[in-house]
Every structure is written in structure tokens, then in C-alpha cells.
Design a protein around this ligand. Structure first.
Ligand code: HEC
Ligand code: HEC
Length: 208
């Protein structure tokens, strides 16, 4: 391949990926989502960043993942007292509109939760654990925890450590069943020890 052609390919690949960032994978109306989000704000905050660390931040989350999770709550595949009641009230159009609205909001930036656990969390996140057969989180959630919109790998960066810990324990016990990814999170989380879970959650909270 000559170098001029290679350079052109690089330029067009760059343009294509920029376009993918700007355009949502879900067809929804963010203005209608914003109007519908008034009830959500009580728990997830006025801009999608919640004050209670057990209530997840949802600002900037990939719309396809959000639609899938809202559907799972509504159908009873994912169960939570507070959230299930909310999802029951949503139509498919509401879910799409809410998902693109929240996707467009700016995720909060936080610092690591427990500095003494961060080295362990980072090592697991980036390298996994050959001993326990735990895959590196970075492979799917990316170096900055931003995930992958098309594969429904959620963004986990800046998420409250308390929520991340709870949800990893829920995957481990089967309380939370994966919607995407062939149960990979259930299998992985079941292999993590309690200290691993706390370390990962502490590290991830500081990613941005
Ligand atoms: C009464 C509090 C409350 C309200 C109101 C509420 N939620 Fe939630 N939401 C929660 C809690 C708690 C969770 C975490 C559930 C768990 O631990 O699995 C959650 C989880 C979610 C998730 C999954 C996030 C993830 O990262 O997997 C989404 C998406 C979501 N809520 C969207 C909404 C939307 C949209 C509304 C408004 C229609 C709403 N919520 C209203 C409490 C609430
Ligand atoms: C093979 C890809 C893959 C790997 C490796 C992986 N994940 Fe995931 N992760 C996913 C998918 C897919 C989901 C969504 C599953 C669902 O539908 O609930 C997810 C969901 C999550 C969630 C829930 C996010 C939320 O907002 O509720 C957390 C937290 C998480 N992963 C953390 C991790 C950690 C920590 C590791 C490393 C120990 C890891 N993941 C490794 C694919 C992966």
C-alpha cells in the first residue's frame, strides 16, 4: 500500500469515529426525554449525577445500554425495589427518549474512593488475575472506563464506588442477571473476592 493511500484511510477512519460519537445508536428525542426525566431527578440528580452513592450516576451513559437496562427492570429481569416501580411506567418511546437525553449529559468527575485500595484495583482492572481466571476489565470497559456503546459495554468511570460494589456483588450472587454480554459479568464477578470488589470499585470511581 502506498503511503498516500494509507494516510487517506487514516483520515476517513478518524472522521467515521467522530461521527459515531456525535450520533446516538438509539433513535430518541432528547427534549421529550428531558421532560419525562423530572421524576428520575429525585434519585439520579437534576443532571443525571446522583447525590446518594447507592443510586447510580446515569449522565453520559450509552443510550443502547440504558434502553436495555430499563427494559430489563420493566420485564423483571433486573429487580430493584426503587427502580422497578419507575420502569413499569415507561413506554418504549419513553425509554428511547430518556436514554438519548441522559447520554447527552456530562458525567461527574470523582476521585478514587479509597487510596489504599487503588493499586490493587488498578492491577486487576488492567491485568485481570490469571490465578482466578478473571479477565482484565480494560478489555471491554476501556482504559478510561468508557465502555463501548455498540457492544453495550457500559461506561463505568466516575461511578459511585458504593453502587459499583453493590452491583458487582449482585452479579456474583445472581441477584442481577446480565442483559448483554452472555453473562460475562456474572461469571467474572463470581470469581472476585470481597477485597477485589472493593478495590475495583474504589479505582473505577476515580477514572475519567
Ligand atoms: C426512587 C429512586 C429512583 C427513581 C425515582 C429512579 N431511579 Fe433509576 N435507579 C434507582 C436505583 C436505586 C438504581 C440501582 C438499582 C440497582 O442497584 O440495581 C437505579 C438504576 C437505574 C438505571 C441502571 C443504571 C446502570 O448503570 O445500570 C437506569 C438506566 C435508571 N435507573 C434510570 C432511571 C430513569 C430513566 C428514571 C426515571 C424514569 C429513574 N431511573 C428513576 C433509583 C431510582
Ligand atoms: C468481555 C467483556 C467484559 C469484561 C472483560 C468486563 N465487563 Fe463489565 N460489563 C460488560 C457488559 C456486557 C456489561 C453489561 C451487562 C448487563 O447487561 O448487565 C458490563 C457491566 C458492568 C458493570 C455494571 C455497570 C452499571 O452501570 O451498572 C460493572 C460495574 C462492570 N461491568 C465492571 C467490570 C469490572 C470491574 C470488570 C473486570 C473485573 C469487568 N466489568 C469486565 C462486559 C465486560
Amino acid at each position: 500500500m502506498n503511503t498516500k493511500f494509507a494516510a487517506l484511510l487514516l483520515v476517513s477512519a478518524g472522521l467515521a469515529s467522530n461521527a459515531a460519537v456525535a450520533e446516538s445508536l438509539v433513535d430518541g428525542d432528547p427534549e421529550a426525554g428531558k421532560a419525562r426525566a423530572i421524576t428520575c431527578a429525585a434519585c439520579h440528580g437534576p443532571e443525571g449525577n446522583s447525590a446518594n452513592p447507592l443510586w447510580p450516576n446515569i449522565a453520559g451513559q450509552h443510550a443502547k445500554y440504558t434502553v436495555a437496562q430499563l427494559g430489563a427492570f420493566k420485564e423483571g429481569k433486573r429487580v430493584n425495589n426503587l427502580m422497578t416501580a419507575q420502569a413499569m411506567l415507561l413506554s418504549d418511546a419513553d425509554m428511547a427518549n430518556l436514554a438519548v437525553y441522559y447520554e447527552g449529559l456530562t458525567p461527574a468527575v470523582q476521585t478514587v474512593a479509597d487510596p489504599s485500595l487503588v493499586a490493587r484495583g488498578e492491577a486487576l482492572y488492567r491485568g485481570g488475575s490469571a490465578d482466578n481466571g478473571v479477565a482484565a476489565c480494560i478489555a471491554c470497559h476501556g482504559p478510561r472506563g468508557k465502555g463501548n456503546p455498540a457492544s453495550q459495554y457500559p461506561s463505568i468511570s466516575g461511578q459511585h464506588a458504593a453502587y459499583t460494589e453493590k452491583t458487582l456483588r449482585d452479579y456474583a450472587s445472581g441477584e442481577r442477571q446480565s442483559v448483554a454480554g452472555n453473562n460475562v459479568m456474572n461469571e467474572l464477578a463470581a470469581r472476585l473476592g470481597d477485597e477485589d470488589i472493593r478495590a475495583l470499585a474504589a479505582y473505577v470511581q476515580g477514572l475519567h
